[in-house]
Design a protein around this ligand. Sequence first.
Ligand code: KIV
Length: 264
Amino acid sequence: MTTVLDVQRFKDEGRRFAVLTAYDFLSARILDEAGIPILLVGDSLGMVMLGYPTTLPVTLEDMLHHAKAVARGARQALLVGDMPFMSYHASTEQAITSAGRFVQEAGMHAVKLEGGGRVVEITRRLTEIGIPVMGHLGLTPQFVHQMGGFKVQGKTDKQAAQITVDAVALQEAGAFSIVLEGVPSKLAAAITHKLRIPSIGIGAGPGTDGQVLVLHDLLGLTTGKPPKFVKRYANLAEQRSQGSPRTLGEASEFVGSEEVRYGG
Ligand code: KIV
């Protein structure tokens, strides 16, 4: 099984790695069998699976429900549960309780939290009690209203300096990796160089240690114009509109007569 020590080894050995989101049993099993080393049960499931406009309405119970399904599907991947909005904001004690539920009830091996500042202390406390933490800086979607939209962060010197300070502080507090989302490539590469722990980029250019993508973006299941950084390996939404069954009869032909087994 992939552990946080392996993830550190990837960086130490200069091996770049992939992280993908997973929200359900079958996709977790497929990605796990494909050898993806880290699966993130991201709160992006709020948009992708639940149809919300942002990640803010996603609850801890929603996250645990999906995380449990992912844990049933995966064998080898390091599983990271994304702490949703308001599951760690009230107090450090609340953060410990929420993170503990990800590990104890949902079978996650680590949690991810957005932001620097007070999240640094929470990271210290969680790692002290044995819950590994993945940080998340830059365009942090739970701050969408504060940021005035989903906008690239770190463009000014002041912002760039703050993100760098936060990244180092999270590392010193014990984080095992840090997602850098929506920051200029040069800044992401500079932070990656400065950090001992791996950085994981999304919309942050090619200079990070790992790259994370939302599975549904990669498969072309999300409709509309994809973000510039998304590499689509398929365009399933388009294929569906060209060749999908529209009636029950067509659907049974489409599936064929072989028994379709789910689970197990
Ligand atoms: O929720 C999510 O999927 C994420 C990744 C995009 C980093 O936070």
